[in-house]
Design a protein around this ligand. Structure first.
Ligand SMILES: [Zn+2]
Length: 383
């Protein structure tokens, strides 16, 4: 019975998501011979102009010699210069969102470094997190509150990349994000340093783990950081942090209590938290939520339900579950999205089982199956 429900749910998820995807699919020959090693995304963010300006550096390993390089990049942003291994190169930035780089001399197999300088106004999110882009919001005090979502569209909406789920950068990513002084940037991995120059603050974040392109992004806000140390099921100590808007600071400790509760449940069923060398983190966002690795987006506005008499946040638990199913175990292409959505949703039911018991769990699975059947024509409930 349980297996039947899970399989049904997995197939429904699979049908639903494929309609909305713009990354992945059959790899172009120029990209099939690239193994991406690392991304550096360095951008100045201007909340007044709603613009970005800076560069992205792509380190890759070329598996065969080539005369052409090909990257994905949204045509609405403007490239000002491009270098391959330190030399300026000509390129074509096409309306169908590619950067085509014809090389006058064949590039041998091996390490290649491509740097792209660019800027402009990134696309605004139409219906985040389902239809992604940038959100330029304000908090209750009028401070800028900025968020990005791009699971369906791909990271090419704001940085040049090989936009395919099968190729995560093996050595992770650096993000160097400049904001007006007073604002705080949250991004994947570990904060290396914050430097201040005149009226700007520069946040350098770094993750050494492999990471999906759609998780290489940042949130900006008038954040306060509330933290504690979490001890994993295997005894490792990991910083657990919540980047909370100042106006919700009084809610942060209880959210961390629920974060710990969810982490214990996920670890019980799926093993140790995957990113123990970095952090367990959530950031408050103006959209509902997304599984951004080591920095999950939380926008459920502290609307808790009771499970077995205890507070429980389904959104926090679900997005956090994706640290195992989506971030640690990643589909090679979107046709296999059932791996991350199906098993993560099963993990949601495990929380019901732990907190409210076996009967409540069976009921939850039946309800999940029914609601997903009813909503099978829609794609917008998947997160
Ligand atoms: Zn999900």
């Amino acid at each position: 019975m349980r297996a039947f429900i899970l399989i049904t749910l997995i197939f429904l998820c699979n049908d639903l998501i494929a309609q909305n995807l713009k990354s992945g699919g059959v790899l172009k020959p120029e990209q099939a011979i690239m193994d991406i090693r690392h991304y550096t995304v360095a951008l100045n963010v201007d909340p007044n102009e709603k613009s970005i300006n800076g560069y992205t550096e792509i380190d890759l390993n070329l598996l065969k010699p080539t005369n052409n390089l090909l990257f994905d990049f949204w045509h609405g942003l403007t490239i000002t210069q491009l270098w391959v291994n330190g030399k300026t190169q000509t390129y074509a930035h096409t309306n169908d969102d590619y950067i085509k780089i014809p090389l006058s001399q064949e590039l041998p197999a091996g390490k290649v470094k491509v740097r792209v300088a660019y800027g402009g106004k990134p696309a605004i999110a139409v219906r985040p997190p389902w239809t992604g882009g940038f959100q330029w919001e304000k908090d209750a005090k009028g401070n800028p509150w900025i968020s990005i979502t791009c699971q369906g569209e791909g990271a090419k909406i704001y940085f040049p990349c090989k936009d395919h789920p099968s190729d995560e950068p093996n050595e992770g990513a650096d993000m160097i994000i400049t904001v007006p002084k007073g604002l705080v940037v949250a991004a994947p991995g570990v904060l290396q340093n914050v430097t201040t120059k005149k009226d700007k603050s520069i946040y350098h974040w770094k993750t050494n783990y492999t990471i999906s392109n759609y998780c290489i992004l940042f949130n900006i806000g008038n954040y306060k950081v509330v933290k504690r140390i979490y001890t994993t099921v295997d005894g490792n100590k990991v910083p657990m942090e919540y980047y909370v808007l100042e106006e919700n600071l009084d809610k942060a400790e209880h959210l961390l209590d629920l974060f710990e509760q969810s982490c214990h449940i996920q670890e019980k069923y799926f093993g140790e938290y995957p990113w123990v060398k970095e952090a367990i983190r959530a950031s408050e966002t103006p959209h509902l939520g997304m599984e951004h690795q080591t920095n999950i987006a939380y926008g459920n506005k502290y609307r808790y339900e009771k499970l077995g008499g205890k507070d429980f946040d389904w959104l926090l638990h679900h997005e956090f579950g994706h640290e195992w199913w989506a971030n640690k175990v990643t589909n090679r292409d979107w046709a296999h999205m059932w791996i991350q959505e199906g098993i993560c949703t099963f993990g949601d039911a495990m929380a019901t089982r732990e907190l409210a018991g076996e009967e409540a769990y069976l009921k939850k699975m039946q309800q999940t199956e029914c609601s997903r059947r009813q909503e099978a024509h829609r794609i917008d409930f998947l997160l």
